[in-house]
Design a protein. Structure first.
Length: 148
């Protein structure tokens, strides 16, 4: 099976080009290497900022950014926010995302997270089905943002 050939590991600075290329393709973004490199270098020693990549034949075909957030609030405890969860479009429907979420869950448990949260753009309906099948629920909440 294809997903058994995918290796997941924490990203390094050498993976940035592959990550940015994949995310630009999956999310119709236009992130520059200059910007990605600067931000990565600023946070690369922060143990709560984790970039996970999936490799197939030494090429990045999957990615997720995990942010671990410890809080002083007992009900929230420590939790994780996932973003830029993606698999190369032509390799979807091979359970690669499920295998990646298994790796994410393991990392979150190791970091004593109480829950994992993610948000997804409305146009990503197939991704939503994957998240629901994995056990994520849709919260009764709205995601608010404000540019500053």
């Amino acid at each position: 099976m294809l997903n058994e050939d995918v290796i997941f590991r924490q990203a390094t600075i050498d993976d940035l080009e592959g990550i940015i290329k994949l995310c630009n393709e999956c999310f119709e973004e236009n992130t520059s290497m200059e910007y990605a490199t600067r931000i990565y270098k600023e946070s690369m020693n922060d143990k709560n900022q984790i970039y996970l990549v999936g490799l197939l034949d030494d090429k990045i075909i999957a990615h997720v950014k995990i942010t671990i957030i410890p809080t002083i609030y007992e009900n929230m405890n420590t939790y994780a926010i996932l973003n830029h969860v993606c698999v190369k479009p032509e390799l979807r429907r091979h359970n690669i995302a499920t295998k990646m979420l298994d790796e994410v869950t393991k990392i979150c448990k190791e970091n004593k997270c109480k829950k994992m949260e993610l948000w997804s753009m409305n146009f990503r309906q197939p991704a939503h089905a994957c998240y629901i099948n994995y056990g994520f629920g849709v919260d009764d909440a709205k995601f608010f943002s404000k540019e500053i």
